[in-house]
Design a binder for this molecule. Structure first.
Ligand code: ATP
Length: 295
């Protein structure tokens, strides 16, 4: 395991991935993630988000370009369990008879011998991780008997138990209620403070400005990458989503006709992103206003 202070920046440089059937799912993709940051990965279905995750995990090999983690090749990062993955619900066989405890213990497999006998340290880390996501009381439950949000938290606990410094989250908010979403976001913020890197694929555009420092907009290549307020513009989102993105413009507030605000909602049918008259992110402004009032 690495110490908390080890910087494990992720460099994706000109990555092209072509599958065995000849399909190029991703070409010339480049971006860079710093320690202690959260980056959203946003794109339509089939735009190459999972392919990018697989390239960072070392499950597919780029035909061109490279991915490095802490300056090392992904194969080395894989051996050291630096990269952890929180899967989409659809990828998991929920009928498989394993308990919550077993799933989180899987995060420790990379540190065990071939008999997979957990040591005291493994058990301690599993317990701590379950407590951290507030799922300790559910440790003996079968994984299939949990709600969508609880399942997500268990897989996040597995990533924590693994000690993953780079955590890839695939659609963590699908099928979870607003309260659970807020709890997951809070946890991701804590992990950011602790120096983790998180790359979060999401269709939930409205929550991205709430917690993501950066955004990668993707459609078979990186269309835009940078700070959220620079990348999350109407023009870029339209470029990434094309006709899928629905736009609503409101020229007047229904609450107070004289407040002079006009907003645009952009949504691909989950939580919309709200842009003000000048195309700025409304969420950021609301937060800045609140901070101003508090200070
Ligand atoms: N193993 C594979 N062999 C061939 N083509 C593949 C393979 N995996 C994915 N693809 C293709 O590569 C493209 C990108 O797929 P990918 O799963 O990376 O997209 P995605 O952005 O994660 O999609 P979604 O949002 O639907 O999960 C798609 O056209 C897909 O059909």
């Amino acid at each position: 395991m690495t110490s908390k202070s080890t910087s494990l920046d992720v460099h994706v440089s000109d990555v092209t991935v072509t599958y065995n059937n000849g399909h190029t799912a991703l070409h010339d993709a480049s971006f860079h993630l710093r320690s202690g940051s959260i980056c959203a990965l946003v794109g339509v279905n089939g735009s190459g988000k999972s392919t990018l995750f697989k390239a960072i995990m070392g499950f597919v090999r780029p035909s061109r370009g490279s991915v490095t983690i802490g300056g090392r090749p992904v194969k080395e990062a894989q051996k050291k369990s630096w990269v952890a993955y929180v899967p989409q619900s659809e990828e998991v066989d929920w009928t498989f008879p394993v308990s919550v405890w077993d799933v989180v213990m899987m995060g420790r497999y990379g540190f065990m011998n071939f008999l997979r006998t957990p040591r005291a340290e493994d058990k301690r880390l599993v317990r701590e991780s379950l407590e951290r996501v507030k799922m300790w009381d559910f440790r003996d439950r079968q994984i299939g008997e949990l709600s969508g949000g609880q399942k997500k938290r268990v897989f996040l606990a597995r990533a924590l138990a693994q000690g993953g410094r780079v955590i890839l989250l695939d659609e963590p908010f699908t099928g979870v209620d607003v309260k659970t979403e807020a709890a997951i976001i809070e946890l991701l913020r804590e992990l950011r403070e602790a120096g983790h890197i998180m790359l979060v694929s999401t269709h939930n555009l409205g929550s991205v400005p709430e917690f993501c420092d950066q955004v990668v907009l993707i459609n078979r290549t990186v269309l835009a990458f940078g700070p959220t307020e620079e990348v999350f513009t109407q023009a870029n989102l339209t470029l990434a989503f094309g006709g899928v993105l629905r736009q609503f413009q409101f020229d007047q507030s229904t609450v107070d006709e004289t407040d002079g605000r006009a907003v645009t909602l952009l949504t691909d049918d989950e939580r919309p992103v709200v842009l003000g008259r000048g195309g700025h992110l409304e969420h950021r402004l609301a937060e800045e206003r609140k901070q101003g009032e508090d200070s």
